[in-house]
Ligand binder design. Structure first.
Ligand code: DGL
Length: 267
């Protein structure tokens, strides 16, 4: 039987990753899980994020997947080693692909990283970029309000511009040439962020980066069979569908709510 790629996120934002993977691999079956009951992960402690990530992964493993994609940057920043201990299938987070793309893109070796508080405080992008490019200087900035702005559909609203100006005021002084959008939601704000940072700064979209990276694990051969999409959430399907529609510019079907406390906590 054809096994699917499993993708999880803290909520709806990971659909940016789902979309990039769907576009790159049209024949693959994809199973997406959004932990909408417990979103946001960004302000939570590493231990809590690890616990939630393991539970999400167990749920997806029960569906019989062949690769686990951690779309959530905050989970990717702290939970990959724990997730890799859970099973033998490949577990891929967004940090390494994003770091690789940033290291390839920069010319002046001055790189900015923006993300949730959890992602930025973990230092995961800095470590990953410096592993590839030890001489690179990394500037990071948490931008927590970007997540609710996107979920409200305000990514091009003047309020988004004001908030971006405020968060990025120091970043603009650092003469960076590359900025990593280290959060699922930020690619949706890229127009606003680009305007604030200026055209000379290249934005790295970690969602697109992970889709390209996945090509090392899967071939893109087209067998003519359109891949199946299955979506699960832990709460509020209607809110998920509404935001999903805005992110994907398409309606999603095959969406089910799963209850958190059934089978996830068992090994
Ligand atoms: N998915 C999260 C991330 O990429 C953003 C939303 C949240 O804080 O849970 O870090």
């Amino acid at each position: 039987m054809k096994k699917a790629i499993g993708i999880f996120d803290s909520g709806v934002g990971g659909l940016t990753v789902y979309k990039a993977i769907r576009n790159t691999f049209p024949n693959e079956d994809l199973i997406y899980f959004g932990d909408t009951a417990r979103v946001p992960y960004g302000p939570k402690s590493p231990n809590t994020i690890i616990d939630y990530s393991l539970q999400n992964a167990r749920f997806l493993l029960q569906q019989g997947i062949k690769i686990l994609i951690v779309a959530c940057n905050t989970s990717s920043a702290v939970a990959i080693p724990a997730l890799q201990n859970l099973s033998d299938i490949p577990v891929i987070g967004v940090i390494e692909p994003g770091a690789e793309q940033a290291a390839k893109t920069t010319k002046n070796k001055r790189i900015g990283v923006i993300g949730t508080e959890g992602t930025i405080h973990s230092g995961a992008y800095t470590v990953a970029i410096n592993k590839l490019l030890p001489e690179a200087v990394i500037f990071s900035q948490p931008c927590p309000l970007f997540v609710p702005l996107v979920e409200e559909g305000w990514q091009e609203h003047y309020v988004a511009n004001i908030i971006a100006e405020e968060y990025l005021v120091d970043m603009k002084k650092q003469n960076i040439d590359t900025l990593v959008l280290g959060c699922t939601h930020y690619p949706l704000l890229s127009k606003t962020i680009q305007k604030v940072m200026g055209e000379e700064v290249t934005l790295v979209d970690s969602a697109k980066a992970i889709a390209a990276y996945l090509s090392c694990y899967l071939d893109r051969e087209n067998d003519g069979q359109k891949g199946k999409d299955t979506f699960y959430v832990s709460d509020n399907e209607s809110k998920f569908s509404e935001i999903a529609q805005r992110i994907l510019q398409d309606n999603i079907s095959n969406l089910t709510r799963v209850h958190l406390y059934e089978s996830w906590f068992k090994d």
